[in-house]
Design a protein around this ligand. Sequence first.
Ligand SMILES: [Zn+2]
Length: 193
Amino acid sequence: MRVHGGIKVRRRVYESEIAQANARDMLMEDFGDLCGYCGKNRRFFREHFHVDHFVPQSVDGERVRDYSNFVWACPKCNLVKSNQWPTGDRAVSHRGGVGFVDPASEEFDRHLFRDEAGYIQGRTALGEQMCRLLNFHLRRTELFWKVEQLCRQMEQLRQKRQKQPLEREELEFYMDLDTMLDRILDELLDGRE
Ligand SMILES: [Zn+2]
């Protein structure tokens, strides 16, 4: 499975300079509202996502307002990635299995994937190294993925319920899931990630 599930993350071509704050709506759309790195869905987790600079500002000060250098990212990925840029060369994102792959590129899926349990794993040495740089081995990437699947099921049931009464079993499931999801989301977001 892909890290971003069924959603393809691709940046539009935007050539003018743009401030991070003004790029939020476009990024939200281009990234399907998913964190580019861990695939977390902002809508379900009600987090305030950040605009990450793929090549950090400290490495390339000229791309601070360059849309093609922006990544829609959850707070955790943005903070963990921070100023890390292993190649040290602003023009080279990775070399010899070390560095980062742009999440909005086709190349991303060649190095990282999501296993059946929902964990993000490396497919290549570079992918594995990215998992370490982003602390995926220490994070509950599978838990967020599973909760997201439940949120989707819940959404479907909610929509169905608006059109027709649910069967008794469906209604019981809906009520249980609703209560459980509220608790899980509260706990997940309380401790942050
Ligand atoms: Zn993330």
